[in-house]
Design a protein around this ligand. Structure first.
Ligand code: PLP
Length: 475
């Protein structure tokens, strides 16, 4: 399998890269995102065989279609070591729970940091450790977080050989639970850095340090952000696992509703559907930051200014642009890299938006690719959390509530609808208390984490200070 960039020009033959070449990379050199040259197809025989596999075995089968530069026995060992009941809390790893009228909730949030990002990040940690050891290299991961990504990355990389994490977070912006998760880690290779500034300052510092090419090379700086293909690929697996649990034969179809921010999670659903998994519709659920809902309704993709980006009670979906969206648009445009570049590079930088309403490709977003969308607000979130609790005794987090709200609007008779649960309520306790007048349940092992000793450095919001800190903390 080879990978190409979404901005690869058709004129010159694209540089052909294999999986391990792009594993440790972020964006492609031309600014595009990597995708496989084609989507491997599954047939009825494969689906029938995969139906009875454990999650780890299923992961191995799916990943094998995309990775041909790691020996099969090694890849299998990595999958078996990653997806265990011990780490993910149940033998099914991603169990389904019925919520009435053909709606199901797929649990993706029982990993170490209680959000779905663990599903991919835990695999990434093991792949990084394996590949770095094979090359005899080391990597210093630099990232910025205001919540789930940073902790998922730290719990995936803690104690791993050859990897250090430097994670910047804005002073006082995370929920107390999220902060405690990160700052209580005592591992030598994990560095929490509190920045006197806001999240944008943290991101600017990461960009500035990554743009200092001499520093980047000398200190082997890397990232684990959501545009990494390996993360997306790992997420494809749970669409198969959810499908198998909701159906008895592969004649049946299911739909998925996905609480979306950067379009990483639902893009994995798109890949699963392109592989031939019988998915009827992929419903994108947004919060008040409705960049994606606007696109699927109108054909206009309009990046928001920071002043138009709302701080909501589902904060992990508070985005001004959707960084993985370019992958889907590339497929929508018949994989035309030149056209994709013209939209995402030229038009976005000059006008901040592009419009496909009159392009025949746009009508295919629904008919050929199965996409639909909807939006949920703070009031919807509260109402959905209350309703789901009252009728089913299920407490859902604020992001998942956005999904449930939109899923109920988009249900179609006879087609099971699976909502992806993206976090547990304990991570967003304040809104649960507002909705239910009680505190969310705290899973075993998380009692009193807010009181644990915290390990972090506090630095001013400038790139030079961060570079100095990195230099002092690598050998
Ligand atoms: C990251 C995140 C999302 C958004 O996922 P995308 O892949 O960016 O669309 C939704 N909910 C939670 C809880 C998250 O952590």
């Amino acid at each position: 399998m080879h990978y190409l960039s979404t901005r690869a020009s058709t004129g010159n033959p694209p540089e052909r890269k294999r999986f391990c070449d792009i594993l440790l990379e972020g964006l492609a050199p031309d600014g595009g995102l990597y995708l496989p040259e084609h989507y491997p197809q599954v047939n009825d025989a494969m689906l029938a065989k995969w139906r009875s596999l454990s999650y780890a075995e299923l992961a191995f089968e799916v990943l094998s279609l995309y990775i041909d530069d790691i020996p099969a026995a090694d890849l299998k060992a990595i999958c078996l070591k990653t997806y265990t009941e011990d780490v993910f809390g149940s033998p099914e790893i991603v169990p389904l729970r019925p919520l009435g009228d053909g709606l199901h909730l797929q649990a993706l949030s029982n990993g170490p940091t209680l959000a779905f990002k663990d599903m991919a990040m835990q695999l990434l940690g093991n792949l990084f450790e394996y590949e770095l050891a094979r090359r005899g290299e080391a990597l210093n991961i630099l990232g910025a977080t205001s919540g789930d990504t940073g902790s998922a990355a730290e719990y995936a990389m803690r104690g791993k050989q050859g990897v250090r994490v430097f994670m910047l977070s804005p002073n006082g912006r995370m929920s107390p639970f999220q902060q405690a998760q990160m700052f209580s880690l005592q591992d030598e290779n994990i560095h929490n850095i509190v920045i006197d500034g806001v999240f944008d300052d943290c991101q600017d510092i990461v960009k500035a340090v990554s743009n200092d090419l001499a520093f980047k090379r000398r200190y082997r700086i890397g990232t684990v952000n959501s545009i990494n293909w390996a993360r997306l690929m790992a997420q494809v697996v749970y669409y198969f696992a959810g499908y198998f649990q909701a159906t008895r034969t592969s004649e049946e179809k299911v739909s998925f509703t996905v609480p979306s921010g950067n379009f990483g999670n639902v893009c994995a659903g798109h890949v699963a559907r392109m592989m031939g998994l019988p998915i009827d519709r992929l419903v994108v659920a947004t919060n008040e930051n409705d960049v994606l809902d606007e696109f699927f309704r109108t054909g206009v993709y309009r990046v928001r200014q920071s002043a138009d980006t709302h701080e909501t009670s589902s904060p992990s979906m508070d985005i001004s642009k959707a960084s993985n969206f370019e992958r889907f648009v590339f497929d929508l445009l018949g994989r035309d890299g030149g056209k994709t570049r013209a939209l995402f590079h030229d038009q976005i930088s000059s006008q901040g938006c592009f419009e496909l309403a009159s392009d025949p490709a746009f009508t295919m977003a629904a008919s050929r690719f199965g996409f639909a969308s909807g939006k949920s607000t703070h009031a919807d979130r509260l109402a959905t959390i209350r309703d789901t609790w009252a009728r089913f005794g299920a407490m859902v987090d604020t992001h998942t509530a956005d999904g449930v709200k939109v899923a109920r609007e988009q249900m179609q008779a006879g087609v099971p609808m699976i909502v992806l649960e993206t976090a547990l309520p304990i991570k967003f306790a304040a809104t649960i208390e507002e909705a239910l007048g009680r505190s969310p349940m705290r899973p075993a092992g998380f009692e009193g984490i807010e009181a644990l000793p915290k390990r972090f450095a506090r630095l001013p919001a400038d790139a030079a200070s961060i570079q100095r800190y990195i230099m002092q903390n690598v050998d």
